[in-house]
Write a protein that binds this ligand. Structure first.
Ligand code: HEM
Ligand SMILES: [Cu+2]
Length: 509
């Protein structure tokens, strides 16, 4: 059951493989690469903002700044979060549903190999449309071919995730071992099933919006051009109908991973499996009922706003169900606070703050204060960097011995955790206050007043600390793969439990 890295194989054998563990690892490698590349851009952004005014040399002009945060945002969401979740899913889902591979292994390889293509388009295009690509800027002013490359890059990534989602749904629902009832599959499988179904509902809308954006740019249509009878706000509805649910598509796999970690390291079964499943389903529904909370300030009627406010607030109990479930699992458990557990628990703490900030955005009168300010940047980063990235890193460490047969350095991993936790809190909790002081997002300069300077400097120092933690993580991973101590494969974390759940019980093909 311990594999790949132990018996070296020629690289091309892995690259041309259609086996789900190989594809899974390719996804994970690509995602980690993207995380580091996107993180480097984040450091550039924050360093530029260390002082008001224009830091000569680092970012030559405001257009370059726009290009940097556009690629950073697009990269982090579509090349770090989605591929990492798909990678772990590819690796584990067939094992967890007891089938020999994904339902369609070749399709699986195709879906993976579309991602490097999309990645190349996005990085080489270096678009400045922001990851929203809102018209009219994206249709009238944004320079080509950057914007076209961004459109086609996202298009390819979107199709890839649709293909991947179909494969997951079919694998889980059709290939599942007949002796394994749906209400017995691990919660991580439920998480993957729900996110895949959400992708199938959400993505086609955005695929259509991208085509409309492209033909608008060509001048052959005017879907979003008022002069031709179009409506730029329509784009925002299409966009958020996909991308508000998308935040749950990012979040739910991370929640599934926490469900793998918390019970094992608390040495207690999950408090309530049913409430976990229920909360996944509720989150999926709520995800689609709340897209227009991104658009309170676009002039909707009071009734519309109220409906979306209630729809959005419904996410609170659904998310809280997961958190209560984790806390009740930990309660009275014999907790072993090793690094994977530290990352999971740290993620839960940041999840709490992210949710609390979200309630403020949801309350529509308050949203008029926070909208498009740094508050929002702080809020959604507590999700994407806090809860989601923390869960991913925790899971990666947890899973490492299983993949490589070797152990990472526990002490270094705990130092990494504290750096990342303190750094992330410094950046993004502070940004809430920055936003209340009125700093708008997506600008590379700010008013040189004392509070703003200090707040930005705290954020930037936090970013450097977080950057250091990422470097430590990488060093630990490399060291562990090459020279780590052989792990005790019966019980690598001393939690009195075999990796039994992840051992293949069907023959390898
Ligand atoms: C050390 C970690 C990070 C730092 C310091 C950082 C910093 C930033 C900054 C300063 C912006 C520009 C905000 C604006 O002006 O609107 C930004 C945007 C963004 N970041 Fe990050 N980021 C980090 C990690 C991440 C991660 C892990 C993700 C996703 C998983 C992510 C996703 C995004 C997205 C989606 C945007 C929005 C871009 C846009 O508004 O068009 N970031 N980030
Ligand atoms: Cu939203």
């Amino acid at each position: 059951m311990v594999l790949e890295v132990k018996k070296p194989r020629p690289v091309w054998e892995i690259l041309f493989s259609t086996h789900h563990t190989d594809i899974g690892l390719l996804y994970v490698y690509l995602a980690l690469t993207a995380f580091i590349m996107g993180g480097a851009l984040a450091l550039v952004i924050r360093t530029e903002l260390f002082l008001p005014g224009h830091q000569m040399g680092l970012v030559p002009d405001s257009t370059t700044f726009h290009r940097i945060f556009t690629v950073h945002g697009t990269n982090m969401l579509f090349l770090w979060l989605l591929p990492f979740a798909s990678g772990i899913g590819n690796y584990l889902i067939p094992i967890m549903v007891r089938y020999k591979d994904m339902a369609w292994p070749k399709l699986n390889a195709v879906a993976f190999w579309m991602i490097p293509v999309g990645m190349a388009l996005i990085w080489l295009g270096w678009s400045d449309t922001s990851w929203y690509g809102y018209p009219p800027y994206s249709t009238i002013r944004a320079p080509g071919p950057a914007a076209e490359m961004w459109i086609f890059g996202l298009k390819i990534l979107g199709i890839s995730s649709i293909l991947g989602a179909i494969n997951f749904v079919v694998t889980i629902l059709r290939m599942k071992h007949p002796d394994l009832p749906l209400m017995k599959i691990p919660l991580f499988v439920w998480a993957t099933l729900i996110t895949s179904l959400m992708i199938l509902v959400a993505m086609p809308t955005f695929a259509a919006a991208l085509i409309m954006l492209y033909t608008d740019r060509l001048g052959v249509s005017g879907f979003f051009n008022p002069a031709m009878g179009g409506d730029p706000i329509a784009y925002q509805h299409l966009f958020w109908f996909t991308f508000h649910p998308e935040v749950y598509i990012f979040l739910i796999p991370a929640v599934g991973m926490v469900y793998e970690i918390v019970p094992k390291f608390s040495r207690k079964p999950i408090f309530s499996y049913q409430s976990g499943v229920t909360a996944f389903v509720l989150l999926a529904i709520v995800g689609f009922s709340s897209w227009a909370h991104h658009m309170y300030s676009t002039g909707m009627t009071f009734t519309e706003k109220t409906v979306f406010m209630v729809g959005t607030l419904a996410a609170v109990p659904a998310s809280a169900m997961h958190v209560f479930n984790w806390m009740a699992t930990m309660w009275g458990g014999r907790i072993r606070f090793r690094a994977p557990m530290a990352f999971a628990v740290g993620g839960i703490v940041l999840f709490f703050f992210a949710g609390a900030g979200g309630i403020v955005n949801t309350a529509m009168p308050l949203d008029f204060l926070t909208h498009d300010s740094y508050w929002v940047v702080g809020h959604f980063h507590l999700f994407v960097m806090g809860q989601i990235t923390f869960s991913f890193v925790g899971f990666l460490l947890y899973f490492l011995p299983f993949i490589t047969g070797r152990m990472y350095n526990e002490r270094l991993a705990m130092v990494t955790f504290w750096f990342m936790f303190i750094g992330t809190s410094l950046i993004f909790l502070t940004q809430h206050v920055t936003g209340l002081y009125g700093q708008p997002r997506r600008t590379f300069d700010y008013v040189p007043v004392q509070p703003l300077i200090i707040l930005n400097q705290i954020s930037t120092v936090g970013a450097w600390i977080t950057g250091t933690s990422a470097a430590l993580l990488l060093a630990n991973l490399f060291h562990s793969v090459a020279r780590g101590k052989p792990a005790n494969m019966d019980d690598p974390f001393g939690i009195g439990e075999k990796y039994y759940d992840y051992a293949r019980r069907e023959p390898h093909h």
